[in-house]
Write a protein that binds this ligand. Structure first.
Ligand code: NAD
Length: 491
C-alpha cells in the first residue's frame, strides 16, 4: 500500500511503514510529479520479511494443492475486475496480466510426480515434486504487473513462500497485486514485499534462507545477481536484455508487415523486452523505409494516461538524455545523416517536462555501430540491409542477444529455413516477437538468459520445485533370508 510516507513493506501479512530514513521518489515520467516514495528497506526489515516467509512455509506447503489453486482462481478474478492497475500499466499497454495466474490454477496437474511400479520384485519407484521453501523475485520497471505475475503465482501455488522486490521506479502495481492476493486468501507471510535497490538485491542473493531467485532486468544487474546468488548455492533464473531482429523478405505482405514493425518497434516507447528494435531488409530497403517513416510519423506521442497515446514517455530523465544523446547516432559512423526520423527534439503539448522521445528511425546501420551493439530500450528502430536470407540470418546470429527474432515472408521455404537456423529463443513467423502464453515458457537464450529453467510454463514450475525420488519395497521377506548386498533395484 502507499501512504503519505510512501510505499510500505508487506511483512507477515501486514503492510508496514519502513523505518528507513532513505527513500527514492517515484516520478510520473510524463510530468516529473512525485507520485510517491519508495523506502530503502532496512536490513532488519528484510530479515523480518524472510523470517515471515520461513515461518509461513510449513503450514502453506501442507495446505492442500486444491486450496492453493483456489486462491489463484480468486486472484485471477480480482485482477480482471481491478481498474486501479491502469495508472501503472498504461505506458506499457499491458495485456498479458493474469494468464500466468490462470495457468497456476492447474498446478495439481503441473506438479504431478511420476510412478513406475515393480522396478524390481516388490519394489516401486515414484517421484514427488515438492516446494523448495522461501523464494525471491527481483523485478524491472517495465511490465510492472506482468513480471511479478511471472514469479510469485507459480512459486506460491507450488507451495513455496515468497519475498518480492519490485522495481524502485514503479512498485505500485506489485503493491496492488499483493493486496489482491491477500484478499484472494493467500495466508499471512506467504507473499512479502520489500523495497530498494542494490543493497536489498545483494541481501536477497546472500541470504541463507532463500532457496531460489528469479530476476528480470538488464544484463549488468542480471549477470551480477546470477553470479552472486549462485555462489551462495541458490537456484537462479535470469531474464535479461534483448536486441530483437525482424527479417523482411521482398515477398512479405506490405501492409501487415509495416503495421507489425511500427507496433513492435514503437509500442510502449520501445520499452519491452520483446520490442522489435532492428529490421533487416533483404533486397532493396528504400521503399520499405519511406513507408515506415510515413507510418511512424502518424503515431501520437503523449502521456500513457492519454487514451489517444500510441507511445508514452521513457522511464526517466537520465534514460531520456542517454537515449536521446547524439553519441550513438554518430559513433564511428555516418548514422547522423541516415537518421530518417529524429524523435529527439519532440515537444508534447501539456507535458513539456515529460521524458519523451518520438519515434526514431536509423537507416544503413552496420553491426559495428554503437546503436546496434547496445540495447537501446527506447522508441528507436534500426534498419539494416542484407542481400540474401542467408546473410540476414548470419547478421542476427552474430548478435550476442538471443531473446527473439521474426521473419516476414509469404514463402514457407524461407520461413522454415529461418525457423531452423535462427539462434533466438522466441521466433515469430509473420508475427512480431511473440510473448509465449504460459502453457509454453518464455525462452530467451544466449546473452538474454542465464540459468537452466525458463520462466513460467512447465520449466517455470520445475524451477520452483525439488524432485524427491522414492523407492519403496513392500514384499513378504522369507524369514531367515540372509543379508543381501545387492542394490535394491536388482533384486
Ligand atoms: P535494471 O536491471 O536496471 O533493474 C532491474 C532490477 O534490478 C531492479 O529491481 C533494480 O533495483 C535491480 N538492480 C539494478 N541494477 C542493479 C545492480 N547493479 N545490482 C543489484 N541490483 C540491481 O532493469 P530496468 O531498467 O528496470 O529494466 C529494463 C531492462 O530489463 C532491459 O534491459 C530489458 O531488456 C530487461 N527486461 C528483460 C525482460 C526479459 O524477459 N528478458 C523483460 C523485461 C525487461
Amino acid at each position: 500500500m502507499a501512504t503519505r510516507c510512501g510505499f510500505q513493506n508487506l511483512i507477515g501479512g501486514s503492510f508496514v511503514d519502513s523505518h528507513s530514513s532513505d527513500s527514492i521518489d517515484v516520478l510520473n515520467p510524463a510530468t516529473q510529479e512525485v507520485v510517491s516514495r519508495v523506502p530503502l528497506t532496512t536490513k532488519d526489515e528484510f530479515k523480518s520479511a524472510v523470517a515471515a516467509a520461513k515461518e509461513a512455509f510449513p503450514s502453506w506447503r501442507n495446505t492442500p494443492i486444491t486450496t492453493r489453486q483456489r486462491v489463484m482462481f480468486k486472484l485471477q478474478d480480482l485482477i480482471r475486475k481491478n481498474t486501479r492497475f491502469w495508472f501503472w500499466l498504461s505506458p506499457y499497454h499491458e495485456h498479458f496480466l493474469e494468464e500466468v495466474v490462470e495457468h497456476a490454477c492447474g498446478m495439481a496437474t503441473l506438479q504431478m510426480g511420476e510412478y513406475v511400479a515393480n522396478v524390481s520384485n516388490g519394489i516401486d519407484t515414484y517421484s514427488i515434486r515438492e516446494p523448495l521453501g522461501v523464494c525471491a523475485g527481483i523485478c524491472p520497471f517495465n511490465f510492472p504487473a506482468m513480471i511479478p505475475l511471472w514469479m510469485f503465482p507459480v512459486a506460491v501455488t507450488c507451495g513455496n513462500t515468497y519475498v518480492l522486490k519490485p522495481s524502485e521506479k514503479d512498485p505500485g502495481a506489485s503493491m496492488i497485486l499483493a493486496e489482491l492476493a491477500m484478499e484472494a486468501g493467500l495466508p499471512n507471510g506467504v507473499l512479502n514485499i520489500v523495497h530498494g535497490t542494490h543493497d536489498i538485491v545483494n541481501a536477497i542473493c546472500d541470504d541463507d534462507d532463500i532457496r531460489a531467485v528469479s530476476f528480470v532486468g538488464s544484463n549488468t544487474a542480471g549477470m551480477h545477481i546470477y553470479a552472486r546468488a549462485s555462489a551462495s548455492g541458490k537456484r537462479v533464473q535470469s531474464n535479461m536484455g534483448a536486441k530483437n531482429h525482424g527479417i523482411v523478405m521482398p515477398d512479405a505482405n506490405v501492409d501487415a508487415t509495416l503495421n507489425a514493425l511500427v507496433a513492435a518497434g514503437f509500442g510502449a516507447a520501445g520499452q519491452r523486452c520483446m520490442a522489435l528494435s532492428t529490421v533487416v531488409f533483404v533486397g532493396d530497403s528504400k521503399l520499405w523505409e519511406d513507408k515506415l517513416v510515413e507510418r511512424a510519423k502518424a503515431l501520437k506521442v503523449s502521456a500513457g494516461t492519454d487514451p489517444e497515446a500510441d507511445l508514452g514517455p521513457v522511464i526517466s530523465k537520465q534514460v531520456r538524455q542517454r537515449k536521446g544523446s547524439a553519441s550513438w547516432y554518430k559513433a564511428g559512423s555516418k548514422v547522423e545523416q541516415d537518421c530518417l526520423l529524429d524523435g529527439r527534439t519532440i515537444k508534447v503539448p501539456g507535458y513539456e517536462q515529460g521524458n519523451f522521445i518520438g519515434p526514431t528511425i536509423l537507416a544503413d546501420v552496420t553491426a559495428d555501430m554503437e546503436c546496434y551493439k547496445e540495447e537501446i530500450f527506447g522508441p528507436v528502430l534500426i534498419c539494416m540491409q542484407a542481400d540474401s536470407l542467408e546473410e540476414a540470418i548470419n547478421i542476427v546470429n552474430r548478435n550476442k542477444y538471443g531473446n527473439g527474432a521474426a521473419i516476414f515472408t509469404s514463402s514457407g521455404i524461407a520461413a522454415r529455413k529461418f525457423q531452423t537456423e535462427i539462434e533466438a529463443g522466441q521466433v515469430g513467423i509473420n508475427v512480431p516477437i511473440p510473448v509465449p502464453l504460459p502453457f509454453f515458457s518464455f525462452t530467451g537464450s544466449k546473452a538474454s538468459f542465464a540459468g537452466d529453467l525458463n520462466f513460467y510454463g512447465k520449466a517455470g514450475v520445475q524451477f520452483y520445485i525439488q524432485i524427491k525420488t522414492v523407492t519403496q519395497q513392500w514384499k513378504d521377506l522369507p524369514s531367515g533370508a540372509g543379508v543381501s548386498l545387492a542394490m535394491p533395484t536388482s533384486q
